[in-house]
Each structure stands twice: as structure tokens, then as C-alpha cells.
Design a protein around this ligand. Structure first.
Ligand code: RP5
Length: 166
């Protein structure tokens, strides 16, 4: 097994079905990743250590997903200078707005690249991580272009099918 380049952290096992969307993208691009559960408020010490030790383990990008006002991505970003991508979870009384605000509204100095709430955000976090890694890997750039072309072809195919029905 190659050493992981991307660390995916989530606040709870209940976040797994959403965060798996990001993992799926990384797998599709052949990027080795590691998935961990660590909470900013329930296990703050473990979370800080996980973030602080990530770079020396060879991690290049961190994806952090959490729900409610858990501020997991911000806590992780505070412990590392690696790029941190935040994914706010839906659900809870405010259905993800709380997580969105706590992730996106980082005070100046410690950025978190915040994605959309839920599965689309987790998927985009995976793609964004690949884009960051592609800065130093021409093969990944080629793969990203091919990914975009496949998306465009899928839209054209759906359009063709719709036109045939009408
Ligand atoms: C956050 O609180 C987690 O990221 C999760 O989205 C949310 C609820 O956690 P559970 O009570 O389901 O473990 O820490």
C-alpha cells in the first residue's frame, strides 16, 4: 500500500456515508488516502495530534467534514500549514447551515477551503484535493481534463436521450 497523500477526517461515524463521496473520487484518480474519525470537541487532543503529525507522515491535503457547529476543519487548520478543505454536513436542527457557517467563517489567518453542504461538498472536496495534487503531477492534470470531458459527454448523452423521446 502506498503512503496516503490525502487525509480525510470526520467528526463522527455518522458522517461516513457523506465523506465516502470524497473517498470515491480519490480512488477513481488513484490517490492513496486515509480515513479517520476524530472529533474537535469529543476528542480534541487526538484531533490536534492527527493534524499536527499529518505533514511529517507525507500527507499533502486534508479534507475535514463535520456537522453542527463542530468547527473540525478550523481546529485542524490551526495545527498544520497543509491545505485544509472543509465539508459541512447537513442534518441537525439547522440542517447544515450551522456547519457551513462554522466552517466557512474562519477568522483571517487560518483558511479553510469550504465546499458545499453534504454529498456534493464531499465529492468536490475529493476533486479539489486532486486539483491541488495536480499542481505537481502532470498525469493528474491530464486525468482531471479527461474527467471533465466525461462529464460533458454524459450531459450530451442525456440530452440526446431526451430529444429522442420528444
Ligand atoms: C459532529 O456532530 C459530527 O461531525 C456529526 O456530524 C455531528 C453529530 O455527531 P453524532 O452525534 O452523530 O456522533 O461532531
Amino acid at each position: 500500500m502506498s503512503k496516503p497523500l490525502v487525509l480525510i477526517v470526520m467528526g463522527s461515524d455518522t458522517d461516513l456515508p457523506v465523506m465516502e463521496e470524497g473517498a470515491r473520487v480519490l480512488a477513481e484518480f488513484g490517490i492513496p488516502y486515509e480515513m479517520r474519525i476524530s472529533s474537535a470537541h469529543r476528542s480534541p487532543g487526538r484531533t490536534a495530534a492527527l493534524a499536527a503529525e499529518a505533514a511529517e507522515r507525507g500527507i499533502r491535503v486534508i479534507i475535514a467534514g463535520a456537522g453542527m457547529a463542530a468547527h473540525l476543519a478550523g481546529v485542524i487548520a490551526a495545527e498544520t500549514v497543509l491545505p485544509v478543505i472543509g465539508v459541512p454536513m447537513g442534518g441537525g436542527a439547522l440542517d447544515g447551515l450551522d456547519a457551513l457557517y462554522s466552517t466557512v467563517q474562519m477568522p483571517g489567518g487560518i483558511p479553510v477551503a469550504t465546499m458545499a453542504i453534504g454529498k456534493a461538498g464531499a465529492k468536490n472536496a475529493g476533486i479539489f484535493a486532486v486539483q491541488v495534487l495536480a499542481l505537481g503531477d502532470e498525469n493528474l492534470t491530464v486525468a482531471l481534463r479527461a474527467y471533465r470531458e466525461r462529464m460533458a459527454e454524459a450531459v450530451a448523452e442525456k440530452d440526446r436521450k431526451l430529444c429522442l423521446k420528444n
